[in-house]
Write a protein that binds this ligand. Structure first.
Ligand code: HEM
Ligand code: MTE
Length: 492
């Protein structure tokens, strides 16, 4: 057999679409899979890998670790990937403060590379009830700190007995508690606010939200170990309002001046038996990934992402909220009439529980849809509300909001089935921490046309989403939860 040609990564990257041809790499080989795309059992998701490596995608979809899949791939081999290119891709610039950051999944849409902020494509997000950690949205303000698990200590202060806990202490001295909880960034869907009028912040689409299973010690148990009990509570009450009201968290990630990321939550959330606030050391059954706070992070179910402090160094029970920039001068909501000349950050409370939210993950905005054999379209999305309020209904419109139908909540069996796992139990009242995925299969009116698909969710307090962005616009672009609209073209 003649030796196959060697291609550079730059050459492979040029083949990133059906028009240019679809090339991928796998274990140092280069494959031209253009002709296979239409035959792929997993549909056009395969195009997400076009121009790059297959490995990170096949790591997400274990269905590919079978011999017959490799046999198919081998038919399309056209060359070898330049070994020097492979080495160069692994090399990093050591003087860069971000040189210690971990590798990220190539499918993430990068809103900022340093610090790293990325979100998954909506069609992958809406695919699985539990978001695989590799594509879980990542929101970092600073370089990812490298923490040595052996010397790591969590310090707990502001209690009768200050604590210094190793990872082994956290794992052995407190019961392990597992919670499935959705995290959402305050800036999720900010790009829709930007479309109305420019705001300051990362231009997130609809995927700065993800759902995972978290395991760790209950913060409540740790605070009790530090002596927070009925006596301490009584003493605080006796001090006539001078007692502790907040729990502050400090991260180990710091800027050049040594300032660390920080936030706080109300003490009653931390102490509540039904608050489920975790000091988590596991995500989706494995050690926390570096980007998500290894070795320990706070998970505050029902509460805005910003308070879920990663790389946790310190917990402080205090009369005061965290003094950090992110608690005091960011992550707050304002009137559409407030601008950067008039804004007074002290006048608004820090965001804690988030409002009811939903969005369409499929089809994508701007998609061209082929009517299926039954003349129907499948619409899918997510819905979630803050504070443990359960989403009880999602309404979907295929005519821009004139007429509505009720979506099927893809609960129970089906959501677990897709993961090959046991279905999630129904949420406990007031503790609906996880999102619900939903689906509508609906007939489309005949003829080629533009269709505006809209969704809106309702939670069990009958909170609903506002119909448009302008009345909730704010200068920081947070709390963006208007009806989600996607415009598609339907083709015969
Ligand atoms: C399923 C091949 C790339 C996502 C499959 C199956 C084959 C296959 C043979 C069916 C496996 C079975 O059921 O036994 C390939 C080949 C690829 C490729 C040859 C590259 C050349 C990708 C990529 C993604 C992907 C990049 C995702 C981004 C999926 C999914 C399924 C699937 C989600 C499951 C479909 C279902 O069961 O409904 N693929 N695949 N594939 N593939 Fe791929
Ligand atoms: N914790 C630390 N230490 N540093 C951070 O930059 N970002 C916060 C929060 N915790 C942050 C942090 C914000 S704004 C969000 S939305 C979530 O982490 C994102 O968590 P994720 O990256 O695990 O999705």
């Amino acid at each position: 057999e003649p030796a196959l040609p060697v291609f550079s990564q730059a050459e492979v990257s040029k083949h990133g679409s059906l028009e240019a041809g679809v090339w991928v790499t796998f274990r140092g080989g280069v494959y031209d899979i253009t002709d296979f795309v239409a035959m792929h059992p997993g549909g056009d998701k395969i195009l997400l890998a076009a121009g790059g490596a297959l490995e990170p995608f096949w790591a997400l979809y274990a269905v590919h670790s079978q011999d017959h899949v490799l046999d198919i791939l081998s038919e399309y081999k056209v060359g070898e990937l330049d070994p020097e290119d492979q080495a160069r891709q692994r090399a990093v610039e050591p003087s860069d403060p971000y040189s210690g950051d971990p590798q990220r999944h190539p499918v993430l849409r990068v809103n900022s590379a340093k610090p790293f902020n990325g979100e998954p494509p909506p069609e992958l997000l809406g695919d699985s009830y539990i978001t695989p950690s590799a594509i879980f949205f990542k929101r970092n303000h600073l370089p990812v700190p490298r923490v040595d698990p052996a010397s790591y200590r969590l310090r707990v202060e502001g209690l009768p007995r200050p604590l210094s806990l190793s990872l082994a202490d956290l794992k052995s001295r407190f019961p392990k508690h597992t919670v499935t909880a959705t995290l959402q960034c305050a800036g999720n869907r900010r790009s829709e606010m930007n479309a109305v009028k420019q705001v300051k912040g990362l231009n997130w689409g609809i995927a700065a939200i993800s759902n995972a299973t978290w395991s760790g010690a209950l913060l409540r148990d740790v605070l009790r170990e530090g002596g927070w009990g009925p006596e301490a509570a009584a003493a605080a009450a006796a001090a006539a309002g001078r007692g502790a009201r907040h729990v502050q968290f400090e991260g180990l990630d710091a800027d050049a001046s040594g300032t660390t990321y920080g936030a706080s939550i109300p003490l009653n959330k931390a102490l509540s038996e039904e608050g489920d606030v975790l000091l988590a050391y596991q995500m989706n059954g494995e050690d926390l990934p570096a980007d998500h706070g290894y070795p320990l992070r706070v998970v505050v179910p029902g509460t805005v992402g910003a308070r879920n402090v990663k790389w946790l160094g310190k917990v402080i029970v205090s009369r005061e909220e965290s003094a950090s920039h992110w608690q005091q001068n960011d992550y707050k909501g304002f009137s559409p009439g407030t601008d950067w000349d008039t804004v007074d950050f002290k006048s608004a409370p820090a965001i804690q529980e988030l409002p009811v939210q939903s969005a369409i993950t499929q089809p994508a905005d701007g998609a061209v849809l082929e009517r299926d054999a039954d003349g129907e379209v499948t619409v899918r999305g997510y819905a979630w509300s803050g504070g443990g309020r359960e989403v009880v209904r999602v309404d979907v419109s295929l005519d821009g909001g004139k007429t509505w139908q009720v979506a099927r909540l893809r609960e129970g069996e089906e959501q677990g089935e897709e993961q090959g796992e046991a279905p999630p139990p129904p949420p406990l009242p007031g503790r609906a921490w996880a999102w619900k995925l939903w689906e509508v299969v609906a007939p489309l009116p005949p003829g080629e046309q533009q269709v505006e698909i809209v969704c809106k969710a309702v939670d069990n307090s009958y909170n609903m989403q506002p119909d448009s962005v302008a009345p909730i616009w704010n200068l920081r672009g947070v709390l963006s939860n208007a009806w989600h609209r996607v415009r598609v073209t339907v083709r015969e």
